[in-house]
Ligand binder design. Structure first.
Ligand SMILES: *Cc1c(COP(=O)(O)O)cnc(C)c1O
Length: 404
């Protein structure tokens, strides 16, 4: 059996999505900007995809949703254009973000610091959550933008976006959220929260890789990142990627229709897996389940190096991760685990298991059995675990990891 439990890194494209995008490669291939019938033939499908996006997110007609090449582009676009519009050619100098953002936010912020921006990287609490009062305490009259991810790719923890949005509104500061890990996993209603910019990516909800979008509240100004043929109302130039846009519309519709039911089913499998793994001694799961995306587990197993565990899981045909795929090539400690206060030993033992609506019960059974055997095997050969030894009567629980 092969089990894919790395859905926070990317997902399988739903066969229904593949089906709707297919005609737009070799049959309906005209440039949608062309005035002839080859071009206009794609218009109904493009309009449908746009409608599917607005409906899935409950966006208003006055809002813009602009297709991009990925969420990395959407995140860079917001940060770099806010910098250009409000810091270079305005009177602000400050951006607030968090220590646990995706690299596409963190690296963009570091690049802007080199160009003169002041950036505050907010800490998270021991549950991995950004606290609204902390956001409030760092906002000054020089703050141009607050950027806080909706849910974490590594821990699945969900931030209080509604509360943070209210604070930004009250203070008159623009608010951006990277919602890549929220859309399709929890309900995202853009009329219920005050957020100016929202980044998303199709391949995290069973669409293809290489297409994303940026939501812009109330069509407000944001300089384009790509200048050219004035596509998408001049917001994002570049010939529209028709098949992928059509696919993204279908994927978001499938992911958000009856989301509560779909999630209840994933949550039940996730909880069963988590309960079973927590039967092992000295294991810890980051963050309270109730405030976590229903597909994610970040588990630490004392005495078991994350990389060794991944290797062993991989030998059993189970695909998991030690955390962010972008950082998983090196043997570094999980930076998000360090940020929530794990000691460095624990931060080297994080294994992220992320399910999808295609995960089956028998895959969960297989994973539980293989995972337990792997832990026993690796603990038997682990010197550090032998030295410390299992805590006598050691309690395994869903725990908060405390600062040292
Ligand atoms: C995957 C991911 C991204 C990047 O999305 P791409 O479309 O692959 O660029 C950004 N933010 C988060 C939270 C992610 O999980």
């Amino acid at each position: 059996m092969k089990v894919y439990l790395d859905n926070n890194a990317t997902t399988m494209v739903d066969p229904l999505v593949v089906e709707v995008m297919q005609p737009f490669f070799s049959e309906i291939y005209g440039n949608p900007n062309s005035l002839h019938k080859f071009g206009t033939a794609s218009h109904p499908a493009l309009s449908k995809a746009i409608d599917q996006m607005y409906k899935a997110l409950n966006a208003r007609d006055s809002d813009d949703i602009v297709f991009t090449s990925c969420a990395t582009e959407s995140n860079n676009w917001v940060l770099k254009s806010i910098f250009a519009d409000h810091i270079v050619s305005g009177d602000k100098n400050h951006i607030i973000t968090t220590e646990v953002e995706h690299p596409s936010v963190l690296a963009a912020c570091r690049a802007l610091e080199k160009e003169g921006a002041k950036v505050t990287y907010l800490p998270v609490n021991s549950e991995g959550v950004v606290e609204p009062h902390v956001v409030r305490s760092f906002i000054t009259d020089k703050t141009a933008l607050v950027s806080v991810m909706w849910a974490s790719n590594e821990t699945g923890m969900i931030n209080p976006i509604k509360e943070i949005g209210e604070i930004c509104k009250e203070k008159g500061v623009l608010f951006h959220s990277d919602a890549v890990q929220a859309i399709g996993k929890i309900p995202v209603d853009l009329q219920d929260v005050h957020v100016d910019f929202v980044s998303m990516s199709a391949h995290k909800f069973h669409g293809p890789k290489g297409v994303g979008a940026l939501y812009i509240r109330n069509s407000q100004p944001l300089s384009p990142l790509l200048h050219g043929g004035e596509h998408m109302g001049g917001r994002r130039s570049g010939t529209l990627n028709v098949p992928y846009i059509v696919a993204m519309g279908k994927a978001i519709e499938l992911a958000t229709t009856n989301i509560e039911e779909k999630m209840a089913s994933i949550r039940a499998k996730r909880d069963r897996l988590e309960d079973a793994l927590l039967e092992l001694s000295d294991t810890f799961v980051v963050g309270n389940r109730k405030n976590r995306t229903p597909n994610t587990i970040l588990i630490s197993i004392r005495g078991v190096e994350g990389e060794g565990m991944l290797w062993d899981l991989n030998n059993g045909q189970i695909g998991a991760s030690t955390g962010s795929a972008c950082a998983s090539e090196d043997l570094q400690a999980n930076t998000v685990m360090l940020a929530i206060g794990a000691d460095s030993e624990l931060a080297h033992t994080g294994i992220r298991l992320s399910l999808s609506r295609f995960t089956t019960d028998s895959e969960i059974d297989y994973t539980i059995a293989h995972f337990k055997k792997a832990v026993a095997r690796l603990r038997a050969i682990s010197s550090s675990f032998a030295k410390v030894g299992p805590t006598p009567g050691g309690e395994s629980k869903e725990c908060e990891l405390h600062h040292h």
